[in-house]
Design a protein around this ligand. Structure first.
Ligand code: DX5
Ligand code: ZN
Length: 217
């Protein structure tokens, strides 16, 4: 069954508790939180106080996507704030193996994220350390962007790599995902769909989550 991880990036933050309570009642599997530092990506979002506040309103796993340089300085703080899954970009992680190990030692699932231009070669030596491989299907920084179609082939290649190596890592895709492409992403081998705009631009986000969740299988 495909997991759905709504990204709250483009929602109205003055109504954050309503949004999280709605997600708690929905068929969403995880809640995806985008942390941006204004350095690695050209945008800023939020940090520990907001994660802590969200944690109080949901029992669903918090899937924290770190778009920041030197994320390793804050792994412990993210855990304490309530993160269950912590994903770091390989582009800012010269010691990726060490970082994945530390994240797991802190009791979280460890994810490695690849930008659209970043080759799968970068993760082939950590396939047995990583819990989740997150493929960006837009250039990170903003919600509501257009899906990059080459991602489908990248997912197929990654799925093959995982099968051949015997790795149990899950494949997550993030950016421009919606009902129009969910089916082809699932067919290519995706386990987790991160979806922002396609859910929250709808008048009934819970229905949008339901439709994504039951798009197949
Ligand atoms: C982009 C973020 C995404 C984004 C997805 O940098 O990592 O999680 O919020 O939003 P949509 O689905 O609108 O592309
Ligand atoms: Zn994200």
């Amino acid at each position: 069954m495909t997991l759905i991880a709504p990204s709250i990036l483009t929602t109205d933050f003055s109504k954050l508790s309503d949004t999280i309570s709605m997600l708690q009642l929905s068929e969403a599997d995880w809640i995806h939180l985008d942390i941006m530092d204004g350095v690695f990506v050209p945008n800023l979002t939020f940090g520990f106080p907001v994660i802590r506040a969200i944690r109080k309103h949901t029992t669903k796993p918090l899937d924290v996507h770190l778009m920041m340089v030197e994320p390793e300085k804050y792994f412990k703080e993210f855990r304490e704030a309530g993160a269950d899954i912590l994903s770091v970009h390989v582009e800012v992680s010269p010691h990726l193996h060490r970082h994945l190990t530390t994240i797991k030692q802190l009791g979280m699932k460890a994810g490695a994220v690849l930008n659209p231009h970043t080759s799968l070669v970068n993760i082939e030596n950590v396939l047995h350390q990583v819990d989740i491989i997150l493929l960006m299907s837009v250039n990170p920084g903003f919600g509501g962007q257009v899906f990059i179609p080459q991602t489908i082939e990248k997912i197929r290649k990654l799925k093959k790599m995982l099968l051949e190596s015997g790795s149990k890592a899950l494949i997550e895709v993030d950016g421009g995902v919606g009902l129009d492409n969910a089916q082809s992403l699932i067919d290519a081998g995706v386990d987790i769909l991160v979806v922002g705009n396609s859910i929250f631009s709808q008048s009934d986000p819970q229905l949008a989550i339901h439709q994504l969740k039951h798009s197949k299988r």
